[in-house]
Design a protein around this ligand. Structure first.
Ligand SMILES: NC(=O)C1=CN([C@@H]2O[C@H](COP(=O)(O)OP(=O)(O)OC[C@H]3O[C@@H](n4cnc5c(N)ncnc54)[C@H](O)[C@@H]3O)[C@@H](O)[C@H]2O)C=CC1
Ligand SMILES: O=C([O-])CC(=O)C(=O)O
Length: 328
């Protein structure tokens, strides 16, 4: 039996937490032979509902769940964590952009970044989900600089999955036929779902879907605005698909990527594709199971370059909005 890994989850009493925790505890994220200890972090006011979540997790009698710690103390919560999934933060309401949350949510990530650096395991990897996730991740990373910058991620996998679903529906194929979908930039209404490098059954999307007008307009907009459409329909932001996005994000970091394919995650730019180093930007990535790398050399048309520039510019604006939260 392997030793348990410690997985810290913030916002554990929230709606994403409710969908995500059983996936982790049942082995869907770290594998069917990997025991996990859950370290659930909430604000003091949410400790009571968190107690209910813990009761339900216990009632599932998950074979792989070795222990649960529930706490409002960041030092205790992140102690020894091998993974920190930062979900806890306020979701937007209808009519808001995700960056409108920066004033409320940004400061949460100062203390969380610092507490991760102080308490987590030396191999900790961090995935920020709470919005606006790229800039929240930037804040956390810069307040937790003892953790190397290649361990910090923000989630754009839900956007990749959404793009696959839209392309599959348009082409009349199953979403598993769609591969190589890069999401570039910010998890926001400027993100760029790159249909030019995407494939359907191994062929360029543009040779299967010849409706260029749809690809350049409706498709991009549908992915950019999907989160808002869910809020409009549900009265609440996406939770099940977001939790599934977290599962896919972690798995595509720790498991080898299928030959020729890639996935999307926001990480600390190293200057690839001319994107300013240090920005938490979504890129196409490949993993060999232990090392994750940005896919190099994808051809980008002027159309794609313009879209990427716009979303990266928004990331720079968001960084400017939170400059007081980032130590020099
Ligand atoms: N990156 C992505 O693709 C997606 C991101 N999100 C974002 O995820 C976040 C969480 O969404 P939901 O679970 O639906 O919200 P929710 O409101 O149901 O749950 C959030 C939980 O976070 C807790 N929380 C707030 N501040 C905290 C802190 N400082 N420390 C620990 N916990 C804290 C709250 O008490 C609450 O239980 C939101 O910011 C939402 O916009 C949602 C969907 C997709
Ligand atoms: O749109 C939102 O506020 C929640 C989110 O990030 C998403 O569903 O992609």
């Amino acid at each position: 039996m392997k030793a348990p890994i410690k997985v810290a989850v913030t916002g554990a009493a929230g709606q994403i937490g409710y969908s995500l925790l059983p996936r982790i505890a049942s082995g869907s994220v770290f594998g069917p032979d990997q025991p996990v200890e859950l370290r659930l972090i909430e604000i003091p006011n949410a400790l009571k509902p968190l107690e209910g979540v813990v009761m339900e997790l216990n009632d599932c009698s998950f074979p792989l769940l070795s222990n649960i710690v529930a706490t409002a103390d960041l030092d205790e919560g992140f102690s020894g964590a091998n993974w920190a999934l930062l979900v806890g933060s306020v979701p937007r309401k209808a009519g808001m952009e995700r960056k409108d949350l920066l004033g409320i949510n940004g400061k949460i990530f100062i203390s969380q970044g610092a507490a991760i650096a102080k308490n987590a395991a030396s191999d900790v990897r961090v995935v920020v989900v709470g919005n606006p996730c790229n800039t929240n991740c930037l804040i956390a990373m810069n307040n937790g600089r003892d953790v190397p910058s290649d361990r910090w991620f923000a989630m754009t996998r839900l956007d990749e999955n959404r793009a696959k679903s839209q392309l599959a529906t348009k082409a009349g194929v199953h979403s598993t036929a769609v591969s190589n979908v890069a999401i570039w930039g910010n998890h926001s209404s400027t993100l760029y779902p790159d249909f030019e490098n995407a494939k359907i059954n191994g062929k360029p999307v543009t040779s299967v879907i010849t409706d260029t007008q749809w690809l350049e307009n409706d498709f991009i907009k549908s992915v950019q605005l999907r989160g808002a459409a869910i809020i409009e329909a549900r009265g609440l932001s996406s939770a099940k698909s977001a939790a599934h996005g977290v599962v896919d994000t972690v798995r595509s970091i720790i498991e080898p990527t299928a030959a020729g394919d890639f996935h999307s995650v926001a990480l600390c730019s190293d200057g690839s594709y001319g994107i300013e180093a240090g920005l938490i930007t979504s890129f196409p990535v490949r993993s060999n199971g232990s090392k994750l790398e940005i896919v190099q050399g994808l051809p980008l048309s002027d159309f794609s370059k313009g879209k990427i520039e716009a979303t990266v510019n928004e990331l720079k604006q968001e960084r400017e909005m939170v400059k007081e939260l980032i130590p020099a």
